[in-house]
Design a protein around this ligand. Sequence first.
Ligand code: GDP
Ligand code: MG
Length: 312
Amino acid sequence: MSFHSGFVCILGRPNSGKSTLLNALVGEKLAIISPKPQTTRNRILGIINVEQQKGRPGGQVVLIDTPGVHKPDSSLGRKMMAEVREALEGCNLVLYITDVTRKFDARDQFVLNMARKTRTPVFLLLNKIDLLRKKDELLPIIEQYRQLHDFKEVIPLSALKRQGLDVLLEKMLKSLPEGPRYFPEDQVTDQPARFMVAEIIREQVLRQTGEEVPYAATVVIEQFEEGPKLTRIAAAIYCEREGQKAILIGKGGAMLKKIGTAARLQIEKMLGTRVFLELFVKVRPGWRESPQFIEEMDWRRQLEHLAGSRIE
Ligand code: GDP
Ligand code: MG
């Protein structure tokens, strides 16, 4: 009985549907989604366990969602691109995902080059086929991509409408090597709950505020006390300017209340307890240019430091 497993990196430009695909494949909301580019800032693991069936090996697929590939113009952007490179390191398979409604250009070529450099097999995922008026519009697109690289598989799909996902999962398993179960069967991600809570709050900031605030906002959990029935959470939303703070708070606190209520409902669903959520807005000018602050925000580094101090 064979067991296939490995690490599969989802790579693509901002907004191509990487995080939607991760959530759809895992069947749980692990990554936040928004129509705004650069929603995802960290690499996010999603673990899929598949039982063996007739003609299909069982296995474990460890998916890695990544920030969209772009030319960074800040320390934050550079950190996001470092996350992409770390995700690509040592992975067994790359899912190169594109939005079929967008024309291939130099930025797509840049992403494709990154995928090729890994020297691992690359699947081409043509996402958002639900937006095509006629299915035969796909044929010339597929032909065009085939000229660019010898993709191991070409799979049209819709992450949003969950079309083509079974085919994708089957082909991933077949393509992965025989290997061990890397994570326990009941684990779906490596993200700590408090980081997921911070992300849920940030998603509401992205959704409820306009153009300028989302990119300048980040969320830090300052208190996280889990009880059997009630979880107490205090979080700070950092922005860069007083004007952004005013928008985040809103008239008489209305905006902050809206963000808080929407986030709380989702956090309660995730944790399975009632949640008492307190939000603050803080201004930290130019935090996106502060490597030190960005480092502090990285939960993987925080865990390393914790582990390090325990060993000493
Ligand atoms: P990412 O930046 O690559 O992670 O993209 P997201 O997963 O955050 O999705 C960006 C936007 O595209 C969101 O508004 C999604 O709802 C939308 N989207 C993702 N997949 C599909 C799809 O298959 N069809 C359609 N119509 N929209 C999609
Ligand atoms: Mg994303």
